[in-house]
Ligand binder design. Structure first.
Ligand SMILES: Nc1ncnc2c1ncn2[C@@H]1O[C@H](COP(=O)(O)OP(=O)(O)OP(=O)(O)O)[C@@H](O)[C@H]1O
Length: 556
């Protein structure tokens, strides 16, 4: 069945200007899209071409026959009677049904929530669904199934509130929210729920791709917990990542329908025929900007090229940072995505579509110390000596050899410490991380392999011994503290060699209301236009002359 909402409109649409209160919008968006669809069909193109296209569409519909037609059938939404605020309460079972308690909420309460949480929505289809402010506003079946999962949480986080209705309604979505704000559950719950609705679950139906092995494992654990809470039989998730024996992973792949993977191992299993993604219905890129940067771009393109087209799958991308350099590429994998950004507006550019600017978590107290490279170790030691013995501290270095050297230095000074970086065997990496999580050591020295996504409770302090390659990486690194509403501190050493990144750092500090030291301002505040090639993938960069031209490698 063809669906207007998913039919060939993407190229024609551009993100509209940010709506101050998108919830007041009318249904016109859907109607416009329908008209456009009909126009497309009736105009210019030759009958022969139309016939061919319809034949192809029919073929695809048969190929992906188990996609509940109503879930993308915009006719249902269009014919929904009553005010838009009612959402699609009366629509078919395949679609999201807004709960009556949410529908009953006064509009003023919804508006005030969106304002206080700084929710920005960009949607070419004129969003009509309300955010889910409380868990009991979830549709009854979802609440009944997953409530054990929420039992320790007071309410959904803002990114969960805002993205759940749209993901449950099968929309493609880009979710941008600060580090530690619960993005995993924001995509995990709709993914597992929607998978449980598929009539035929056989084969790999959902894929989550993450940039590092440890993050893939962490995401997998959450997804697996959700599948276990779900009462639907035959939901099975598995995790595949490099650095470990393939045979066990291969065994786990049989009869599984959700995979959480790092790109390299996923590609490996695709090329030897173990994995076939032609039935994939849901795709999530976690840490999406990293997944689309130069280091992973080709892998991701290849992986997605073996999946059904964007019109036949649901694609979600989540991250805390959304640089302009990867946005066009992201759009090629999605179908009219709705973009949701949470956070104070730090958009200095005046461009209304530029709501993906860098935002650090404002609960993290950031301080930057400009110093000479030779003074780093002595200062690090001072800082460690000042901290209470049991407090978890994460120390970031840029290079693997540097991480080993700093770890040895800390150990020589009689602090229990562990290290995690790409030169270590996977078992050693996992041992270090677990020792840190379990409290056997309270200091972990890491490269950027631990910068993104890792959710380690109660990290009180992040020390950046060497500044990362991008301001985005900085935001992710410091985001290992101050998670799930807690406070945290980040101390960053900044040297002459890092001066090319001073402008980016100043913007991050200002955007989060943090002090900017005069010594940092002396390096200038120009922010170099980011190149897609340069984003977070390779060093050195302009203005970083002192840095070695070492390639920062990614996980397989
Ligand atoms: N609604 C909620 N209320 C309180 N805590 C929550 C809620 N949802 C998730 N959490 C917890 O918040 C922590 C951070 O969640 P998560 O790792 O998903 O963050 P994230 O936004 O993906 O962070 P990052 O950008 O660093 O990847 C986790 O410990 C998670 O259990």
């Amino acid at each position: 069945m063809l669906s207007a909402g998913k039919f060939n409109l993407f190229k024609l649409e551009k993100f509209g200007p940010r709506c101050a209160s998108p919830w007041r919008s009318t249904i016109t968006g859907h109607t416009t899209n329908m008209s456009k669809h009909r126009l497309d069909e009736g105009s210019g193109s030759s009958l022969k071409h139309d016939k061919k296209r319809r034949k192809k569409d029919r073929k695809e519909a048969v190929k992906y026959e188990d996609i509940t037609p109503t879930e993308t059938d915009i006719t249902t939404a269009e014919s929904t009677p009553g005010p838009v605020q009612n959402g699609n309460e009366d629509s078919d079972s395949g679609r999201y049904k807004q709960s009556s308690s949410l529908t009953a909420l006064p509009q003023a309460e919804v508006d005030s929530y969106l304002k206080s949480e700084n929710v920005s929505i960009t949607d070419s289809q004129n969003t009509t669904l309300r955010p889910i402010l409380r868990f009991d506003q979830l549709p009854a079946d979802i609440l009944a199934t997953y409530s054990p999962f929420f039992k320790n949480f007071e309410k959904p986080s803002s990114i969960q509130s805002s993205s759940w209705p749209h993901l449950l309604d099968s929309r493609d979505l880009i979710g941008i929210a600060e580090t530690g704000s619960g993005k995993t559950l924001a995509f995990g719950l709709p993914l597992v729920h929607r998978l449980s609705l598929l009539k035929k679950k056989k084969g790999i139906r959902a894929v989550v791709v993450a940039p590092t092995r440890e993050l893939a494992i962490q995401v997998f654990e959450q997804i697996q917990a959700l599948t276990k809470t779900s009462t639907t039989p035959n939901l099975k998730a598995t995790c595949i990542y490099g650095g470990t024996n393939k045979d066990e992973q291969r065994r786990n792949l049989s009869a599984c329908n959700i995979i959480v993977a790092t790109p390299g191992r996923l590609k490996d299993f695709m090329s030897d025929g173990t994995i076939d993604l032609s039935k994939t219905r849901y795709l999530v890129l976690d840490e999406a900007d990293r997944m689309l940067d130069k280091g992973f771009e080709e892998d991701i393109k290849h992986i997605i090229s073996t999946m059904p087209p964007a019109t036949k799958r649901q694609t979600a991308m989540f991250t805390a940072t959304w640089p302009k350099s990867i946005r066009d590429l992201a759009a090629t994998f999605m179908q009219s995505p709705i973009r949701i950004t949470i956070g104070r507006d730090t958009n200095h550019s005046g461009d209304p579509t530029d709501d993906g600017e860098l935002r650090a978590n404002p609960r993290i107290k950031q301080s930057v110390e400009v110093l000479d490279g030779y003074d780093k170790q002595a200062r690090l030691l001072q800082l460690l000596q000042k901290q209470p013995k049991s407090e978890r501290i994460l120390v970031f270095c840029l290079y693997k050899k540097e991480a080993t050297r700093i770890e040895d230095f800390i150990r020589r000074n009689r602090f229990p410490v562990a290290g995690i970086h790409g030169d270590l065997a996977q078992q050693a990496r996992e041992r270090s991380l677990n020792a840190f999580k379990d409290g056997d050591v309270h200091i972990l020295v890491a490269t950027d392999v631990a910068a993104r996504g890792l959710d380690i409770p109660n990290v009180k302090l992040v020390i950046n011994v060497t500044f990362p390659l991008t301001a985005e990486d900085y935001v992710h690194r410091i985001g290992r503290t101050g998670r799930a509403g807690k406070d945290g501190t980040a101390i960053t050493f900044f040297t002459e060699q890092d001066k090319g990144l001073a402008g980016g750092l100043v913007n991050v500090l200002r955007g989060a209301g943090q002090p900017v030291p005069d010594e940092l301002l002396r390096f200038g505040t120009t922010v170099k236009k980011k190149q897609h090639e340069a984003y977070g993938a390779f060093g050195p960069k302009e203005g970083m002359e002192g840095r070695k031209a070492t390639k920062v490698t990614f996980d397989d």
